[in-house]
Design a protein around this ligand. Structure first.
Ligand code: PSV
Ligand code: MN
Length: 432
């Protein structure tokens, strides 16, 4: 199901007068503060965030899953949904695949379809947290029940290494430039395994994978404190992740998933530290109340997201931080919402936080910091945060051909209904 450009334009025409007056008023106010609205709009358009293939269908919990009708059940359909999201929002133009959930039958045909529609393949994700037998890797018969890259049995480690190398080869055919390794490896009971030996085996295994990473690729390691391992995870926090990345090599970087931190962790400071080290590789954006809840970006803690973006904008706009370009990805999916609407809301939240962070007067903040004036520092931060930047986000969508209000357009143009007509009520996405 695809939308025609004139459908989006007809939709926009109805909202355009109100939008133009909102945008002009904001642009005028910003210009009084010396801020150029057009330059912010351009920066919002430039920031493209990858759609996670696994979030195009409803996620589940361990208590069940309630599939949304018309979900994409093939990788081609996932690509179709990504194209639809691209056309509506214009700030997602790539898809991050998860193997074997997204095992392509014909890699070249998939790449051709993506090329024809201006879609790139972002980081490819390996999966050694489940036992699977339904993909090409015939030697995949060892269980990951007690870990993968950390396993005490060299044959299991070898199988997991081979799977990652298989992902790299597939990614090369698709034009991907990074492999993300998230491990469920750890222990659930104290004493179950030796922390040091498990960690060393993971480092050694990641080194083997790194040998196969092409020159223009990155290897991203993603940490998470617990789940499914409940006593210890091997790559449990940013410190362990950085140790792995530093031990493995220059192009091995850390990936920060916003839901993978213990309660009250200062994630923006973690981001700052990683950037300082030149070791931040990318993001999995989402939001959470308790743990890895994978909720819509910005639904709970939009101020935290803004504070994270302050660090990111310091990197993007300044020249003091020497870190490679980032992989920007969403990793959110849940039971209740239409997954397409969920992703649109996540994309919106990211653009809003980005725009707010671009408004901060960094010169004034630095002066207030040097004068030890925390009240003024807070005023400056909250002045940026409390500015309604939505007209900037809308203007960016409008100028790049997207919908002024993507969710309203998605609903008004009957997108889900058409997906159901094409795919049926029972179509279920591949994934967890
Ligand atoms: C693990 O919780 C994670 O965040 C990793 O990124 C996985 O690849 C993804 O979720 C999907 O399960
Ligand atoms: Mn993740």
């Amino acid at each position: 199901m695809q939308l025609q450009q004139d459908q989006i334009e007809d939709f926009n025409n109805k909202l355009n007068d109100q939008h133009t007056s909102d945008f002009n008023a904001l642009a005028e106010n910003l210009s009084k503060k010396g801020i150029n609205a057009d330059s912010i709009v351009n920066k919002l358009t430039e920031l493209q965030v990858a759609t996670p293939s696994w979030a195009l269908g409803t996620g589940g919990t361990r208590f069940g899953r309630f599939p949304f009708a018309g979900e994409p059940s093939t990788i081609d359909q996932k690509l179709e949904d990504t194209i639809l999201l691209k056309n509506l929002t214009r700030n997602t133009s790539s898809i991050s695949l998860h193997i074997p959930w997204d095992y392509p039958k014909d890699t070249l045909a998939l790449k051709q379809m993506a090329d024809e529609n201006g879609i790139l393949f972002d980081a490819i994700n390996s999966n050694t947290f489940q036992d699977t037998s339904d993909h090409k890797n015939a030697c995949n018969n060892k269980s990951y029940k007690f870990g993968s890259l950390c396993h005490s049995d060299a044959e299991v480690r070898d199988q997991a290494i081979k799977h990652n190398i298989e992902c790299i080869r597939m990614g090369e055919e698709l034009g991907s430039k990074a492999l993300t390794v998230w491990l469920a490896d750890g222990t659930t009971f104290p004493g179950q395994a030796n922390f040091r030996r498990q960690f060393q085996r993971v480092v050694d295994s990641v080194k083997e994978i790194y040998k196969e990473i092409p020159e223009d690729w990155k290897l991203l390691v993603e940490h998470k404190p617990f789940e499914p391992a409940f006593y210890s995870s091997v790559n449990n926090d940013w410190g362990s992740s950085l140790l792995i990345a530093n031990s493995v090599g220059e192009r091995c970087l850390t990936l920060v998933d916003l839901g993978h931190h213990l309660p009250n962790t200062n994630i923006e400071q973690v981001v700052s530290r990683m950037l300082m080290q030149g070791k931040l590789g990318g993001f999995h954006f989402n939001d959470s109340k308790y743990a890895d809840d994978d909720l819509t970006v910005g639904c709970l803690k939009p101020y935290q997201l803004f504070l994270i973006f302050l660090e990111l904008v310091e990197f993007l706009e300044g020249d003091e931080i020497n870190n490679p370009p980032l992989a920007w990805m969403i990793d959110a999916s849940h039971n209740l919402k239409d997954p397409m609407e969920d992703i649109i809301q996540s994309l919106d939240a990211i653009s809003i936080a980005h725009a707010q962070a671009l408004l901060l007067n960094r010169g004034e903040l630095e002066t207030a910091q040097d004068l030890n004036d925390p009240a003024l520092c807070q005023e400056l931060l909250q002045d940026a945060y409390r500015t309604d930047v939505r007209p900037l986000v809308k203007e960016s969508r409008k100028r790049s051909g997207g919908a002024l209000n993507p969710i309203a357009a998605y609903r008004e143009l009957g997108c889900r209904q058409k997906l159901i007509e094409e795919r049926g009520l029972q179509a279920v996405v591949t994934g967890l």
